[in-house]
Design a protein. Structure first.
Length: 395
């Protein structure tokens, strides 16, 4: 007789055997990027708090000043739509240069919301093979036909579109979706070429810019990857996060008035869950004001340039990243876990990333840099990485 417990135990044993077992570590902040993890002190190189705004005094003050209640305790359509949410959405729409914005409790839910409303069984979605799991899940839930193009390869994207034309599928609604900065590889999408292809075939363009928002851009707003490539107006739906560069919590979609109205009426991820708390909205608004000054992005950029150059001189394989997300390619799952554990013992917290987050045999360490890291932190991490990598013959 198969019991629930026996089923779960067997699955856990399989994960352990494949070196894919995961555990939750207990992490508590000390100051800056110093943390205590499972009782051990370390420097945090896993955080997506790229500008360090989760610890910013102005952001913390805004949070405390507006903490009059914990939550609206309701869906926005029932009784949870506070003026603070409206104020945040107006600020986000201005930031992304769109008519409107719509806040979601998480970025994951924002991706699901956009895809399950804008796509259906009559649609074809063209999705980058390295897109985030929230995009993968949204594509599957939409019921659309899904075409996966090779990572950041616009020629392969064009090939798939041309193939569908030959199959007389050109009358279907087409959607192209990609990340701006890819969450595990740290490389940047070929967004200009993707927008050109989308325009030529009248496809809807959806961009998940969670890791590029408030980090990249030409304008003072640091309006993300589209701003960097000056294609903001060519993106139909911007999806992003409040929990990365802003150091807060939540996600949002920025788009036209009618897309927003449709999402309010059809997105189950918005309709059937509680609203984002008001104090988190005020925290995000305060973060946007600090991020707009630009000095944190400059500090982050200096850290990235210094760290990437040092890693490559040491002989590490880091892909083509020039962003806060720096992959160190290990390939073997067991070795990646062993190296991560060894680094933690030395005082450096860097996670091993394994299947299904990345392909099997493509395990890596994911280093995440922030403006809060100082040169002493970077040099210490580099020294520990070099010693550990030589021990495991990675370099």
């Amino acid at each position: 007789m198969i019991t629930t417990n026996n089923f779960a135990k067997e699955k856990i044993l399989q994960l352990r055997k494949a070196n894919l077992y995961r555990t939750l570590r207990r992490v508590s902040a000390i100051r800056k990027m110093d943390i205590r993890i499972d009782g051990r002190r370390a420097i945090n190189f896993c955080s997506n708090d790229y500008l360090g705004l989760s610890q910013n005094p102005a952001v913390l003050k805004a949070t405390r000043d507006h903490l009059c209640q914990i939550s609206q305790c309701s869906s926005r359509l029932v009784s949870g739509n506070s003026p603070d949410i409206d104020g945040l959405e107006k600020r986000l729409a201005k930031h992304r240069r769109t008519e409107c914005a719509l806040a979601y409790p998480t970025g994951y839910m924002a991706n699901l919301g956009a895809l399950t409303v804008l796509a259906d069984k009559t649609s074809i979605i063209y999705s980058d093979e390295f897109n985030h799991s929230s995009i993968i899940d949204g594509c599957r839930l939409s019921g659309a036909t899904i075409r996966i193009f090779r990572h950041n390869n616009v020629n392969d994207l064009q090939r798939l579109i041309d193939t569908d034309k030959k199959l007389k599928l050109k009358s279907r609604k087409r959607i192209i979706i990609t990340e701006g900065i890819f969450s595990m590889n740290g490389d940047i999408a070929n967004l200009s070429e993707i927008c050109q292809i989308a325009k030529a075939v009248n496809a809807i363009t959806i961009l998940d810019d969670a890791h590029g928002d408030f980090i990249l851009g030409h304008s003072k707003e640091y309006a993300g990857t589209p701003d960097l490539f000056r294609v903001s107006r060519d993106i139909d739906v911007h999806v992003s996060s409040l929990s990365k560069a802003l150091g807060c919590f939540g996600g949002y979609i920025a788009a036209s008035y009618y897309v927003r109205e449709l999402l309010i009426n059809k997105s189950r991820q918005l309709i059937y869950t509680s609203a984002i708390p008001s104090y988190l909205c005020q925290a995000a608004i305060a973060s946007i004001s600090v991020a707009a000054k630009g000095f944190l992005q400059k500090k982050l950029c200096r850290n990235i340039e210094y760290f990437v150059e040092a890693l490559r001189k040491l002989g590490f394989s880091t892909g083509s990243s020039s962003t806060p997300i720096i992959p160190i390619i290990v390939r073997d799952e067991k070795s990646s876990v062993n190296i991560s554990n060894s680094l933690l013992k030395r005082g450096v917290f860097v996670q091993a990333i394994r299947y299904p987050t990345v392909k099997k045999g493509r395990a890596q360490l994911r280093v995440s840099l922030t403006a809060k890291h100082d040169r002493k932190d970077l040099d210490f991490a580099l020294s520990c990485l070099e010693t550990t990598a030589r021990k495991y013959q990675l370099i």
